[in-house]
Design a protein around this ligand. Structure first.
Ligand SMILES: [Zn+2]
Length: 42
């Protein structure tokens, strides 16, 4: 029961820009996929 509640509190791992699923790599503070992040840094 505890694990279920834990997952509920986790934000969805989706890019807030394009909705693409984000693959966790390092820290999970990113809310955009690599494509959108790269676009910002251009
Ligand atoms: Zn994206």
């Amino acid at each position: 029961m505890l694990s279920l509640e834990f997952y509920r509190n986790l934000p969805p791992k989706q890019c807030r820009e394009c909705g693409e699923e984000i693959v966790e790599q390092h820290e999970s503070y990113l809310y955009e996929c690599e494509k959108c992040i790269g676009r910002h840094e251009e």
